[in-house]
Design a protein around this ligand. Sequence first.
Ligand code: ATP
Ligand code: MG
Length: 335
Amino acid sequence: MDKILEIKNLVTGYQGKDGFVNAVDGVSFDIERGETVCVVGESGSGKSVTSMSIMRLVEFENGKILSGEIKFNGEELTTKNNEEMRDIRGSKISMIFQEPLTALNPVFTIGKQITEAILFHHKIGKKEAWRRAEELVRLVGISDPKSRLKQYPHELSGGMRQRVMIAIALASEPELLIADEPTTALDVTIEAQILELLRGLRRDRNMSIMLITHDIGVAAEMANRIIIMYAGKIMEIANTEDLFDQPLHPYSQGLLESVPRMDGERGVPLNSIKGSIPRLNEVPKGCRFSPRCPFATDKCRNELPPLETRGNRQVACWRVDYLLENNLLHSQTRG
Ligand code: ATP
Ligand code: MG
């Protein structure tokens, strides 16, 4: 097994308006080379903060990594200085964001922006950089690259702009691509195309992908393994098939049940989990999901369940044995 990323007990906090809170609170997981891992969870569960911690971007946003390890190819990232991180960011690890956050520079053509990214990482001439830019643009599925490269961001559709962002992220030939909700701003057809593009990149380049999504349906299509996050903690980690076959955490089960049916309206869950994610300054002292969990006991409310290994998966739930014995955990597909 060749691990590209190993995260141990990561704690990342923010100074917010309600005081200092741990947005990511003791998170541990790995990503293997060539693997696609999806991080799934409701809004506010700490998915973006996890990725921003890996990129060491939290410091630029009044955040701080308080403890833990982040090893990339065996190298510890949490102790790197700014300059060292700049070399890693956007070269060995690239990140694409949800479109509204990204902003291509409106005053430069996309050709200029892609070639700049290429020139930043490779010691080659301008002409060669343009040639490679054409190649990249074609790779991300944009036809007629020559004329596209001369266009400005506002001349492109949202889907095209996201493709350009992916081309820029790929300019450095990263080993790990972190994609934070890369398709939420796009319509379903374009989303499918972008996801297909990511699948192809993984296949052809043996790139590792960490894909963040609130949509477990997307995770089902994309992931080798799925990490379920809730209120700053990991609830469950499992191979995609295993998770869909048999969720081990009541929260995972709730997410699976909220997958919209194919004939349903997109984004309208059949059965959403009742209640809402706790504010970080008032998380329950036991299991963070306990206030919403139909199976919670006093122990769940008072003692934090550790993320424990069960075979080739991990789950943080005091009730898992009881729930399995009584056949109370099942996925929607099994009925
Ligand atoms: P979403 O699906 O909405 O993107 P998420 O899982 O990515 O949600 P995060 O953005 O990681 O959630 O946020 C986790 C928590 O950290 C939130 O409660 C948020 O308020 C807090 N947080 C994130 N960024 C900051 C910041 N810059 N300052 C203060 N708090 C922050
Ligand atoms: Mg986010």
